[in-house]
Design a protein around this ligand. Structure first.
Ligand code: G6P
Ligand code: MG
Length: 217
């Protein structure tokens, strides 16, 4: 039996949320906006453009389109400088064994990320070869919680959308998976990701029996 296994990137495979945070915090500081870790939760799974709008709304700040474009460019340059230094050591614990298990059992694997930097990150941490399909921020027009990114991923794997399995650390991502009638596996706080069909604190606690059961379900 085969199931489409779709992984989110930031916060599921690698802990890049901390780099997004640092880059956004710098922007917020420039604008005189207080931006905390708690605020940052709202940006998870959210596109770059939408993230800036959320920060501006937090501070009740209005700027011109030109200023927005400049800040978006600055944010990405700062973020790229962080991910430039990434290597395999930044793969979150438990992810590699799960990918290896799925590969060994011939399960189709895809990436479903809102990030436009997904490919270079997978390259940096040397995981590109595990993925049969990649759908990222460059491919979709509708951001999570719209299911487009996951629907495209299942399609690229030549698998049905219904019953595909999605690993997500964001509320928007869990909602996107649920809308697509996929099986949502929340990675992170259960209090935050309570809409997910399954909840785990991290990949360390996901064992092969669980994965095997998902395949045979
Ligand atoms: C992921 C992250 C978000 C980020 C988005 C866009 O979904 O969780 O925090 O804003 O990707 O990333 P990008 O690399 O294109 O700016
Ligand atoms: Mg994420």
């Amino acid at each position: 039996k085969k199931k489409a296994f779709i992984f989110d990137l930031d916060g599921v495979i690698v802990d890049t949320a901390k780099y997004h945070f640092l880059a956004w915090q710098k922007i917020a500081a420039q604008l005189g906006i207080n931006f905390t870790h708690e605020h940052n939760e709202q940006l998870k799974g959210v596109s770059r453009i939408r993230s800036l709008d959320i920060i501006l709304a937090l501070g009740n700040v209005t700027i011109t389109q030109q200023e927005k474009d400049n800040l978006l460019q600055q944010k990405n340059e700062d973020y790229l400088a962080y991910i430039q230094k990434m290597d395999e050591s930044e793969i979150l614990a438990g992810v590699l064994p799960a990918l290896q298990y799925l590969k060994q059992n011939n399960q189709p694997i895809a990436l479903g990320s809102a990030s436009k930097n997904a490919r270079p990150i997978l390259e940096k941490v040397n995981l590109l070869d595990y993925f049969d399909a990649i759908v990222d921020g460059n491919d979709v027009t509708n951001a999570k919680p719209d299911p487009e990114v996951f629907v495209q991923a299942a399609k690229k794997l030549n698998m049905p959308t219904e019953g595909a399995i999605v690993f997500e650390d964001s509320v928007a991502g869990v909602q996107a998976a649920n809308v697509a009638q996929m099986v949502s596996v929340g990675i992170g706080s259960k209090a935050v990701l309570h809409e997910a069909h399954y909840n785990f604190d991290d990949f360390k606690v996901i064992n092969t029996t669980f994965l095997e059961n998902l395949v045979n379900k």
